[in-house]
Design a protein around this ligand. Structure first.
Ligand SMILES: Cc1cc2nc3c(=O)[nH]c(=O)nc-3n(C[C@H](O)[C@H](O)[C@H](O)COP(=O)(O)O)c2cc1C
Length: 161
């Protein structure tokens, strides 16, 4: 028997991840969305994937833009994870008040993030109610610091084993 959606969510919550904000830019408008469904796919060529809900605003913007950056959040950026996951007002997921700069593709890189990948979309695959965006990594960078982690629906920090 298949698990309930609730059970599936709870089980996946046991898989600790980092937290990212996937950003993109289209016609001068910048947009970001919190995402933890990010995985590296291939080394040659360098590919990453992110799964995006077909109902999210980001979905169509990403499809049209064809570029995105994966901003890996630092331990002190949980507030950004919350901001880019909740929709409290019009353009809540814009980057107007968030310090950032443009990567080579034009996708925004958020200041203070732990690391980033600058990508051009290479393929889009159907994944149920999500689309799997495969990005070719054109540029990448990292800074010193600690990661923001997500486990069991809660944010936390890294403790060496
Ligand atoms: C920690 C965290 C991780 C998330 N990961 C994803 C994800 O990988 N893919 C996704 O489609 N939504 C994910 N979400 C939900 C989106 O961030 C949320 O639906 C957002 O409001 C979509 O914004 P948009 O409509 O502007 O695109 C996540 C939310 C949180 C808090």
């Amino acid at each position: 028997m298949s698990p309930s959606e609730e059970e599936f969510r709870r089980v996946m919550g046991r898989f600790a991840t980092g937290v990212t904000i996937v950003t993109t830019a289209l016609d001068g408008e910048k947009h970001g969305m919190t995402a933890n469904s990010v995985t590296s796919v291939s080394l040659e060529p360098m590919l990453v994937l992110v799964c995006v809900d077909k109902a999210a605003d980001t979905h169509d913007i990403l499809r049209r833009a064809g570029i995105f950056a994966v901003n890996i959040l630092s331990a002190d950026q949980a507030h950004l994870s919350e901001k880019f996951a909740k929709k409290e007002f019009e353009n809540a997921h814009g980057l107007d008040e968030i310090p950032h700069h443009a990567a080579a593709t034009g996708a925004p890189v958020i200041d203070g993030c732990l690391a980033y990948l600058d990508c051009r979309t290479l393929a889009e695959h159907h994944g149920g109610d999500h689309t799997i965006f495969i990005g070719e990594v054109l540029d990448a960078g990292q800074s010193a610091g600690e990661p923001l982690l997500l486990y069991n629906g809660r944010y936390g920090g890294f403790e060496p084993a």
